[in-house]
Write a protein that binds this ligand. Structure first.
Ligand SMILES: Cc1cc2nc3c(=O)[nH]c(=O)nc-3n(C[C@H](O)[C@H](O)[C@H](O)COP(=O)(O)OP(=O)(O)OC[C@H]3O[C@@H](n4cnc5c(N)ncnc54)[C@H](O)[C@@H]3O)c2cc1C
Length: 406
């Protein structure tokens, strides 16, 4: 494959180049355009570039929506509205931070060199894959983009079918609820003792576990998946757990977590830890290179990744100001996350993992009588540092947010 000279090279030398057409990439382009209508923006993405809200992946089934129906704005319309040159179906292979260029493989197989004035990495995260035994282990699916959902829906076909979900975290619980509402049978396997064990106080996790069980989830706690095999007996798959139990399923969905996509940055010598390391202005260790979204590890969040929508909206606004000449430190507000489990709606404003303190339940019986619960994370000085609301109590989100100290 030979490198093809870019006819726009001179014009693009001062361009803002964004890698990734997820929420982080497109929101950065939108915020930038509010402040600067003339600097060229080039957005390079491995996918088609259609705009959609990724959270809708985990409630599409109940709403009987296909992957195509989740697209809210087609790629071409996004590019036209924001005056962006879109290079869709183009994989960025490498970044040269000295020369300020990227090398990308276009959909036609040609290799292009793309110069940049400023570069934004918005490469997202990819699902963690566990090495599993069995002749069907390669058939285990994950859903992190539109094409994954399309593949999943094609494979699954019409209900009733049985889906085994690996992982009882946020995404595993959302898919469990969604698939049940869509008419499927659902098993969930997790090594902990309850859903969302890392995020919720035990009593809240138990409430969610009971609500999803009442809807039909078969829980397998304290267990991990060891092998996935084709089977005539439990057709079409036999899933062997470390406990020795064998569960029959039509499809296995892995929801055990995401890992920030740092491959490109790392290969370019840009500092990466759990994500691409950025300072409070979203600058990476390389000049003129910035990062945000699921791929970033934010100094503003105490060196954490924050793989949610609200951090992206806040980061994109601050970044656009910095990119257009007003260096702006990103300060995250409190950003509660709504977990899309209609069986028990749940809102979480998690404290920083290093925050000392303990979860305290608000008069649990009274709250339960109103259908739900309230938990506050209290530090040793008696200040509220986080909260969890379930059921009918989720309407109190603003009140609890106001009482929380960051
Ligand atoms: C099922 C599900 C449900 C969710 N629900 C919620 C929710 O309810 N609330 C909430 O706050 N958050 C939720 N999230 C998280 C939220 O959706 C994500 O934090 C957010 O969408 C991530 O956006 P992003 O742009 O950083 O990454 P992505 O959307 O992953 O985009 C990454 C982009 O980078 C491109 N790319 C990567 N590498 C390259 C390369 N080398 N060359 C070219 N292009 C490249 C990809 O093609 C893609 O366009 C959910 C996530 C999932 C998976």
């Amino acid at each position: 494959m030979s490198a093809v000279a870019n006819p726009h090279a001179a014009h693009d030398a001062g361009a803002l180049v964004i890698i990734g057409a997820g929420l982080a990439g497109w929101t950065t382009a939108r915020e930038f355009r509010k402040l600067d209508t003339s600097t060229p923006i080039v957005l390079v993405t491995a996918d088609g570039g259609d705009f959609y809200a990724k959270p809708t992946l985990s409630n599409a089934c109940a709403q009987k929506r296909s992957a195509e129906q989740l697209v809210t704005t087609p790629a071409a319309k996004m590019a036209e509205t924001l005056n962006v040159t879109l290079r869709a179906h183009s994989q960025v292979r490498s970044i040269d931070t000295q020369a300020q260029t990227l090398t990308l493989s276009a959909s036609d197989g040609a290799t292009h060199t793309q110069p940049y004035g400023q570069l934004v990495l918005a490469t997202g995260a990819h699902p963690i894959r566990l090495p599993l035994q069995g002749d069907a282990s390669a058939d285990v699916q994950s859903i992190n983009q539109l094409t994954d959902l399309a593949h999943f829906q094609r494979t699954l076909g019409a209900a009733p079918k049985t889906v085994l979900i690996m992982g009882a975290g946020l995404i595993g619980c959302e898919f469990a609820n969604d698939l049940l509402l869509g008419g499927y049978r659902v098993h969930v396997v997790d090594p902990t003792e309850r859903p969302l064990a890392a995020l919720l106080p035990a009593a809240a996790g138990d409430q969610l576990g009971a609500a999803l069980h009442a809807l039909g989830v078969v829980w397998h706690f304290g267990a991990t998946v060891q092998a996935v095999k084709h089977s005539a007996a439990t057709a079409p798959l036999a899933v062997t757990l470390a406990t020795g139990e064998v569960v029959g399923a039509d499809l296995v969905l892995s929801a055990i977590g995401l890992r920030a996509d740092t491959a490109l940055a790392s290969a370019a010598g840009i500092a990466c830890e759990r994500g691409v390391v950025v300072d409070d202005q979203l600058q990476t260790s390389a000049p003129y290179v910035f990062a945000l979204g699921d791929c970033a590890q934010y100094a503003s969040a105490g060196a954490r990744t924050l793989p949610y929508v609200m951090p992206i909206m806040n980061a994109a606004r601050a970044l656009a100001a910095t990119l257009t000449g007003t260096p702006t430190a990103l300060v995250f507000p409190l950003m509660p996350v709504s977990i899309k489990t209609p069986a028990l709606p749940t809102v979480v404003a998690a404290p920083h993992p290093a925050q000392p303190g303990a979860w305290v339940a608000d008069a649990l019986e009274a709250a339960a009588a109103q259908g739900g619960g309230v938990w506050r994370f209290m530090d040793p000085a008696g200040q509220q540092r986080g909260f969890v609301l379930t059921g009918g109590q989720t309407t109190r989100r603003m009140e609890l947010a106001k009482a929380t100290v960051l």
